[in-house]
Each structure stands twice: as structure tokens, then as C-alpha cells.
Ligand binder design. Structure first.
Ligand code: ADP
Ligand code: ZN
Length: 628
């Protein structure tokens, strides 16, 4: 859709513009025609004055308010033959009229003929109006298309596209959980505040720093904190805003941005999503993107164009440093890279403390317990979590945020909005067996993470959920943990099969099966955990449009591909058999847990384990399970 509109626009513009010029030529007014005289020969103003002095001029007709004259002159050498000559008069020559009068020349001034002028005016206007009208229609129609290039209308507004904050007001204290990055960037503050300290000893101050990390980890915040600590203005723009459909707009935006920054030095420029402009040039399959390349070239030129001690530091953020053009990473450009990753447990505690500052937490709320429940959360997720909890607290008319609100907010951030529970029915029973199936396998397999809770309250896409507490302290995941997870993920389907029979299984396990396939594939192709041996058979999955992805695909033979598939199937089948065995052997407790779950809607991990322990031995796990 997008592409077809672009083509329409690009073809329509030249066509209309050519039409405009052709028509303008045809309608243009000509003074010689207006006066009915045909004056083919032109004469310079100087020659005209000579003729006048020589007494050869007999009459002058002024046209166009005195800007053009048709001069009748005689040539004494040719029997006083009369010539009509056209002269362009200077606009300011009042003495000329005086002179003509003295020379007794017949002088006539012709008014601008209205009809002719009107036609001329219409002729001049008609095509611009048509052009604008056509473009307007095009833009209006195209902006109705979702995702269509409606933003093309903005191409003239290049100046307004970056933001400037004179004072960000953010300090290093407001950024938590990314201590290494903070330390690295502490120095940049000094570059901005006291460049002399470095230039005095001949050190070259770096111009660019690249922050690498997933979205929401605080890269923007960190850049703002640097500007805030140094007390300099903060300019920001997103890489995607450089890339426009009109070639040259991005480049002019870059120029504008640097111009403004130079006027405000010392200052900090922040470019978010630099990969949108900074991808390797010429890597696109089926032709590159001229606009992007021009913009990138302009950026490189600007970066090379100022000295290190100008007091401008550029900080760029990306999630994909691997796709960046090598030229961007050269010395004198973004030669420093700082990794900003999702925080670990300690980091999450720090971020939660920052965001809890302005919130009222009940005394029993443990920041550590929240941090333990939220592995993989970024700083932005945690900020969002506390905000959701505060909103819930207000809605429930409580004085302070309690662990209940926090817990609901975590569920909401991870799994989506809560739905209404089903009434007791066969479907509800089946979902209950499915969830208890996950939970019991997770509880009885030694290497599986412990159950945190099982619930039948739907959330987002899921109609029931079993939550586990992953053990992140360890960092590495063993083969037996992966197999345990595969078995746990298949516990739901296994329970459906054992209890309701082969024909009654549902589509509810779709998501589980996807996860299983992914885990099993990675065990075989990335971690060398299969009979194929310790081979890495897959690079980091690159994107197809980088060209590289296509090549990687065929790194192994057809034969290996067949064996990979067989290994994946074997791993999945092993997990499946383990899960079915556990369900078969624990039918009694499963039935009891399902009844309880249907009655209570939610069972927490501790209670679940206690009930299972009445029937069989539950293996100890060393993870901390936060109490709700
Ligand atoms: P990014 O630029 O990496 O996508 P942002 O800096 O825009 O992430 O983060 C969005 C918001 O999340 C911030 O304004 C802040 O409230 C919160 N946040 C993210 N990371 C942190 C952090 N490390 N410490 C404190 N707050 C954070
Ligand atoms: Zn499931």
C-alpha cells in the first residue's frame, strides 16, 4: 500500500510540473501584442538615448506601466525609413519623460489592458491551483489510509522535528540499575563541563557515544541525566524522523539540528533509534534507500565537521549495533559503546526504589519481593508497574499501595488485562485440568522452577495461567532445566489427553507448543545439546533485508536439516512422555486440585505444594518464592 502511493506521487509531480510550464508559456502576455504593434527588434536603453540625442526618435509608446517602450525611430541614412524598436526601460528614470518632452517626441502611455492582464493572470494561476488541488486530494486520500504516507504533508516543517530542552532536570540519582553505564558516562559530564581539563593535556574529546540496549532500559533517561548533570541543553531526535519519503529532507534535518546545536554549545545531542538511518549502506536487497543514505552521509559529514572541543557530544541509542554502518563506528564518530541492559535483581531493586520515592507504599511491601517477581523487566516496565499499582490503589480507595495491588499490577503488565472468570462448565473444567497439568509437572520435576500460583482468571489472550518463579541468579540454564521446562510446558496438553482423551484435546495448548518447539530447536541448533554434538548451526537470526540472513540459511546440508528435525522431535517427545507419566501417576491429587481451583479461582504456590505433598514426595527447590 505504502509503496504504491509513493509511486503515484513521484509520477504525478513531474507530470503536473511540466504541464504548468507548458501552459504558462502559452498564456504569457507580451507587450508587443498588447499594443497591436509588432516590434521585433530590441534596442538597448543606451542606444535609445543616443537615438534620442540624435533626434531620430519620433514617438514613444509606453507599456506595462512604463517598463517597456516601443520606440519609433527614423534612419536618416536609409531615406528616413521608420523602425519600430522595443526598449526595456529602467524602472526609475523620471528625467527621461522630461527629456522626451524637450525633444518634442510624441509620447503615449498605454494602460495595462485589463482583459489581457486578466487572461494572463488566469493563465498564470490556473496550473498552480490545479497542481495544489491535485496534491491536496492526493495527500488527503493517502492520509486516510492507515499507515499511508500522510506524514508527507509535513515535509516542509523540517525545523520543528527535533526537541530541545534547556534544562532536563534529570540527575544521575534518577537512573538506577545500570551502574556500569553510569560510571562510563560520568566522564562525559566532565567533557561538557570542563573541556579544558582534557584539551590542556592534548586529549581528544570523544564526539559520540553509542548506547546499546533494548527499549525501556533507560537510554534516553541516561542521556538526559548527562545533560542535567552538566547543566547543558538537550537536543533530541529519533532516527526514524530523519527518514522521510522525500529525498533530501532527512539530510536537511540533520543540518538544521547541528546548526542549532552549534549555536547552543556546549550541549548534548541525543539520537534515538539511530539504526533507522545508520544501517549499512547498500545492503538492501533490490536497491538501497537513497534518502537514508543521504541522511547518513550528512550525519557523518556533520560529525566530522566540528572539532572535538566544540562542546557538542552526541549520544545515540540503538538496539541493533550489528546492523550499523561501519563508518558510524569509526574513531571520531561513535567510537565509544556503552551497553545498557535490562537490570538484574539488584538493579531492579534500585529502579523500584527510585520510582517508589513519590509513591505511598504500605509498610509491609517489600521492594525485594517485587524485584524477585519481575525478572526480565526493564526500567520502563518497573516504572509502569508501580504506576499501575498506584492506579489500582486509588481505584480501590486504599491509603497506600499494598502487595495485592503490586501483584495484580505485575500480572497485568506481563499477561494483560484481567477478564471475567468463566462460569462452571465443561470448558472451565478442561482449562482447570490444563493449568493443574502445567503446575503439577512443574512441581514434581526436580529441575523445574517452582510454581508461584495457578489461576483460572483470564488475562489477555490466556484463559488460565500458571506462574513460575524463574531462577535468574544462576544466569546459565542447564540441559536438564530445559528438558524440565519442555515437560512443564507440555503438562497442559498431557493433562487434556490423559483425562479427556485423544479426541478432546483443544487449541488451548497452541502457545505452549510454540514455546516447546522454540526451546527444543535452540537446544539442538544453538546450544549443542543433542546427539548432533556441540555444533552451533544457526547464527543470531539476522533480518532478511540485510542480505546476510539469506546466506546463513543454507550453512548446513539437507541431511543435517533432516537430522535437526528428528532431534527436535525426539526432545519434545521425551518431555511429552514425562509429562503424561506424571499426570497418570497423580490422578487423585490432580482431581482434588482441579475442584479446589474451580472453587477458588486461584491457588498460590505454597498451598499447591502442600496439597501435593499429602500424596507424594515433592522435590526441594532452592529458589526463593515470594509470598503474596
Ligand atoms: P529507552 O530510551 O532505553 O527506551 P527510556 O529512557 O525512554 O528508555 O525509559 C523510559 C522510562 O522508564 C524512563 O523515563 C524512566 O521513568 C523509566 N526507566 C527506564 N530505565 C530506568 C532506570 N534505569 N532507572 C530509572 N528509571 C528508568
Ligand atoms: Zn498451557
Amino acid at each position: 500500500m505504502k509503496i504504491s502511493w509513493r509511486i503515484v506521487l513521484l509520477w504525478t509531480l513531474p507530470a503536473l510540473v511540466i504541464g504548468f510550464f507548458l501552459w504558462q508559456g502559452a498564456f504569457a502576455s507580451n507587450p508587443a501584442e498588447m499594443g497591436g504593434n509588432t516590434a521585433s527588434t530590441r534596442m538597448t536603453y543606451g542606444r535609445f538615448l543616443e537615438y534620442l540625442d540624435a533626434g531620430r526618435v519620433t514617438s514613444v509608446d509606453l507599456y506595462e506601466g512604463g517598463r517597456t517602450a516601443i520606440v519609433q525611430a527614423v534612419d536618416p541614412q536609409l531615406d528616413n525609413r521608420v523602425q519600430n524598436l522595443r526598449v526595456d526601460l529602467p524602472t526609475k528614470a523620471p528625467e527621461l519623460i522630461e527629456k522626451l518632452r524637450k525633444a518634442n517626441v510624441r509620447l503615449e502611455s498605454h494602460p495595462i489592458r485589463n482583459d489581457g492582464a486578466l487572461w494572463g493572470l488566469l493563465g498564470n494561476l490556473i496550473f498552480p491551483v490545479l497542481l495544489i488541488g491535485a496534491l491536496f486530494l492526493l495527500f488527503r486520500r493517502s492520509s486516510n489510509i492507515p499507515g499511508g504516507p500522510g506524514q508527507a504533508m509535513n515535509f516542509g516543517k523540517s525545523r520543528a522535528r527535533f526537541q530541545m530542552e534547556a534544562k532536563t532536570g534529570v540527575k544521575f540519582d534518577d537512573v538506577a540499575g545500570i551502574e556500569e553505564a553510569k560510571e562510563e558516562l560520568q566522564e562525559v559530564v566532565t567533557f561538557l563541563k570542563q573541556p579544558e581539563r582534557f584539551t590542556a593535556v592534548g586529549a581528544r574529546i570523544p564526539k559520540g557515544v553509542l548506547l546499546v540496549g533494548p527499549p525501556g532500559t533507560g537510554k534516553t533517561l541516561l542521556a538526559k541525566a548527562i545533560a542535567g548533570e552538566a547543566g547543558v541543553p538537550f537536543f533530541s531526535i529519533s532516527g526514524s524522523e530523519f527518514v522521510e519519503m522525500f529525498v533530501g529532507v532527512g539530510a536537511s534535518r540533520v543540518r538544521d539540528l547541528f546548526k542549532k546545536a552549534k549555536e547552543n554549545a556546549p550541549c548534548l545531542i541525543f539520537i534515538d533509534e539511530i539504526d533507522a538511518v545508520g544501517r549499512q549502506r547498500g545492503a538492501g536487497i533490490g536497491g538501497g534507500n537513497d534518502e537514508r543514505e543521504q541522511t547518513l552521509n550528512q550525519l557523518l559529514t556533520e560529525m566530522d565537521g566540528f572539532e572535538g572541543n566544540t562542546g557538542i557530544i552526541i549520544i545515540a541509542a540503538t538496539n541493533r549495533p550489528d546492523v550499523l554502518d561501519a563508518a558510524l563506528l569509526r574513531p571520531g564518530r561513535f567510537d565509544r559503546q556503552v551497553i545498557v541492559d535490562a537490570p538484574d535483581l539488584k538493579g531492579r531493586i534500585g529502579v523500584l526504589e527510585v520510582h517508589a520515592r513519590n509513591k505511598k507504599l504500605a509498610p509491609e511491601v517489600s521492594i525485594e519481593a517485587i524485584a524477585r517477581r519481575t525478572p526480565g523487566f526493564t526500567g520502563a516496565d518497573l516504572a509502569n508497574l508501580l504506576n499501575e499499582a498506584a492506579i489500582l490503589t486509588a481505584r480501590r480507595r486504599k491509603e497506600a499501595i499494598t502487595m495485592h495491588e503490586i501483584d495484580d499490577a505485575v500480572d497485568r503488565v506481563i499477561a494483560g488485562m484481567e477478564g471475567t472468570p468463566l462460569v462452571d462448565s465443561k470448558t472451565k473444567r478442561l482449562i482447570a485440568y490444563h493449568e493443574v497439568g502445567h503446575a503439577i509437572v512443574g512441581t514434581l520435576v526436580k529441575d523445574h522452577d517452582p510454581v508461584q500460583k495457578v489461576t483460572l482468571i483470564p488475562r489477555g489472550q490466556a484463559r488460565g495461567l500458571t506462574w513460575f518463579v524463574p531462577d535468574e541468579e544462576q544466569g546459565l540454564v542447564t540441559r536438564s532445566q530445559l528438558i524440565a521446562r519442555i515437560a512443564g510446558a507440555l503438562g497442559g496438553r498431557a493433562a487434556e489427553e490423559e483425562i479427556f482423551g485423544h479426541d478432546e484435546v483443544t487449541t488451548g495448548a497452541g502457545g505452549d507448543l510454540q514455546q516447546v518447539a522454540e526451546m527444543a530447536r535452540q537446544m539442538v541448533t544453538r546450544y549443542g545439546m543433542s546427539d548432533l554434538g556441540p555444533l552451533s548451526l544457526e547464527g543470531q537470526g539476522g533480518e532478511v533485508f540485510l542480505g546476510g540472513g539469506l546466506m546463513n540459511r543454507a550453512e548446513y546440508s539437507e541431511e543435517i536439516a533432516t537430522r535437526i528435525d528428528a532431534q527436535i522431535r525426539e526432545i519434545a517427545e521425551r518431555g511429552h512422555q514425562l509429562a503424561r507419566k506424571i499426570i497418570r501417576e497423580n490422578r487423585e491429587v490432580i482431581d482434588r486440585l482441579v475442584d479446589l481451583l474451580i472453587e477458588k479461582e486461584t491457588i498460590d504456590g505454597e498451598e499447591f505444594r502442600q496439597i501435593v505433598a499429602e500424596y507424594t514426595e515433592v522435590p526441594e527447590k532452592d529458589q526463593f518464592v515470594p509470598q503474596l
